[in-house]
Design a protein around this ligand. Structure first.
Ligand code: ADP
Length: 591
């Protein structure tokens, strides 16, 4: 077994990996950026090294710096977590080539084979796994796309080779949309992933997203740990994940699990991985492989009792998996709620700020993966995740009941969170019945309901996500010896201001008077938050349609797409790569 593992990541996943190391008696090395000097993962590690300034590109993505620290610290393995360098086959290759350091992940060759979407489709097809009908070669000609549209029938999806989370994916509903969609998929692929190569798939209208967790060792053993259902998505991004899926019967479950094993075996893959499928009308189709530990691995751990990260380490060290496929039993039900610093009522905009109160739930059936504590700052440099709340129960109903309790007792003040959104979902008939598909939220999520949920269950005080200060305050009063929590809306009267103001209008009230919405002309696309321009996807003269990405802004989330609200011709682009922008700055103007 390894003696010392460097964890090339931050936040909850870094702590999760270090916890597994600790249990195996392995020393831990953290890396951190200037923004993370006091971060939870740094505190947790046995030793920690600064790898550069706050922007991830200059620290957590600095391959040289990370390998250098591993050597200096005498680490004999590197675990990449998820995100950052986790799916970078070139980095894996570099680690493999470094004397005395093992890559805790699949071999770089297998990452290359299965991590590239069109390659993976070819491998899976060869292994007899059904794939979403589509091309296994990149496509760059609109006529070819139209021919494919004819062949598969519309709608089709044009997807960026390097894409993920729905980025660089354009849905095409008719022949007439092909030219524009092809161009914008290529543009987004280039802007996000530095790769304008795209391919075409049949677009399934209302599928379930089902993914299978696999573990493989270097001795030819491949096991699957059952499936996760990640069908609850917002704009193709997962928001709630669960295991097992409420939508599979035993037969389909076995068939999908075996297909995943078969495909992985074919590719000479080892370590942990996830094989993703879309399921519609009782049929399943391979979509892609994630060659790393995933955010939502927790729910599989909860229902199988198998510590996936521990096995990642053991398998990387050459050990054989000590259980057969038949030993893997699914017991009970688990759901993961991503608790993000975002305002659900402001289109889920990130709300950086200080966790003035942070009191997560406890007690039976509750697991919390996090790396923060009360008083910590949720900064704007990285993703907005605060914690993962994972709730387990005897069955799905029990798990959802427990989830209500856990979410009710999750107290966060200072920033908005996704907690009100999750609480809303627990009252949603379709979700509770397990009948939702990947398009359900985008079709049905009601803005008014979200606003009401945030009013009811959101923080009393927080930055609003649109940069303004929410105007409520919480106070506790005692009346006749009984305690009451009171929320005061629209400003708190302040004695110092001379007897307070008009609570109705907030005129004389506390800090942050009424927010005046930024008045922008309809044809100016402005920055919704402070950040850095990562890349610009358009130039003057380009035609853009509503929803097209015009540039990528690196802010609280690593990358935020700035999209055009309406269509038009690009008139000017006053920003360029690397520029710092403030909220409200004009990024692109349209004619
Ligand atoms: P990732 O799993 O890395 O986020 P994708 O961007 O390929 O990768 O897929 C994200 C989501 O987009 C899927 O979970 C699904 O909701 C949707 N999606 C992708 N491809 C298709 C397709 N061919 N038909 C319908 N939905 C799709």
């Amino acid at each position: 077994m390894f003696e010392k593992v460097l964890v090339a990541n931050r936040g909850e996943i870094a702590v999760r990996v270090m916890a597994a190391c600790e249990e195996l008696g392995i020393g831990t090395v953290a890396v951190y950026s200037d923004a993370d000097r006091d971060a939870g993962h740094v505190e947790y590690a046995d030793e920690a090294y600064n790898v550069g300034p706050a922007p991830a590109s200059e620290s957590y993505l600095d391959q040289e710096a990370i390998v250098d620290v591993a050597e200096r610290a005498g680490a004999d393995a590197i675990h990449p977590g998820y995100g950052f360098l986790a799916e970078n086959a070139a980095f894996a290759r570099r680690v493999e080539a470094t004397d005395g350091i093992t890559w805790v992940g699949p071999p770089s060759d297998a990452m290359g084979t299965l991590g590239e979407k069109t390659n993976a489709r070819t491998v899976m097809q060869a292994a007899g796994v059904p794939v979403v009908p589509g091309t296994t070669e990149p496509v760059d000609d609109a006529d070819e796309v139209r021919a494919l549209g004819e062949e598969y029938g519309y709608p089709i999806a044009i997807k960026a080779e390097g894409g993920g989370g729905g980025r660089g994916m354009k849905i095409v509903r008719s022949e007439a949309e092909v030219d524009d969609a092809l161009e914008s998929a290529q543009r987004e692929g280039e802007a996000y992933f530095g790769n304008d190569s795209v391919y075409v798939e049949k677009y399934l209208e209302s599928p379930k997203h089902i993914e299978v967790q696999v573990l493989a060792d270097q001795h030819g053993n491949v096991r699957h740990l059952g499936e996760r259902d990640c069908s609850l998505q917002r704009r193709h991004q997962k928001v709630i994940e669960e295991a097992p899926s409420p939508a599979l019967d035993a037969e389909l479950r076995d068939a999908i699990g075996e297909a995943a094993r078969q495909g992985v075996r074919e590719a000479g893959y080892t370590n942990a991985g996830t094989v993703e499928f879309l399921v519609e009308n009782g049929e399943f189709y391979f979509m892609e492989v994630n060659t790393r530990i995933q955010v939502e691995h927790t729910v599989s751990e909860e229902v199988t009792g198998i510590d996936i990260v521990r096995w990642q380490l053991r398998v990387a060290a050459g050990e054989a998996l000590a259980f057969d496929q038949d030993d893997v039993e699914i017991d009970g039900h688990a759901v993961e709620y991503r608790i993000n610093a975002e305002n659900p009522a402001a289109d889920f905009a990130p709300t950086p700020g200080q966790l003035t109160t942070y009191r997560p739930p406890a007690s039976i059936g509750v697991r919390l993966d996090h790396a923060v504590a009360q008083g910590d700052e949720i900064g704007g440099d990285y993703d907005s995740m605060i914690a993962k709340l994972v709730v387990s129960g005897d069955d799905r109903d029990h798990c959802l009941e427990r989830s209500k309790r856990a979410l009710e007792h999750f107290a966060v003040e200072g920033v908005h969170t996704t907690i009100p959104f999750h609480r809303l979902l627990l009252d949603d008939e379709t979700f509770v019945a397990g009948e939702h598909t990947t398009t359900y939220l985008d079709r049905e999520l009601d803005d008014d309901a979200l606003e009401a949920a945030v009013d009811r269950w959101g923080p009393a005080e927080a930055t609003a996500g649109d940069g303004t200060q929410a105007e409520t305050a919480a106070v506790t009063v005692e009346v006749d010896g009984r305690r009451f929590d009171v929320v005061i809306e629209d400003g708190v009267p302040q004695a110092a201001a001379g007897g307070g103001g008009d609570a109705e209008t907030g005129s004389g009230g506390g800090a942050g008077a009424n927010a005046t919405p930024e008045v922008t002309t309809a044809d100016a696309i402005t920055a919704e938050m402070q950040g850095t321009i990562l890349s610009v996807a358009v130039e003057p003269g380009d035609e853009v349609a509503a929803g097209d990405v015009v540039c990528v802004l690196e802010a609280m989330k690593m990358e935020n797409d700035v999209v055009a609200a309406g269509g038009g011709t690009v008139e000017s682009v006053p920003v360029s790569d690397g520029d710092s922008v403030d909220m409200g700055d004009t990024l692109v103007t349209l004619e």
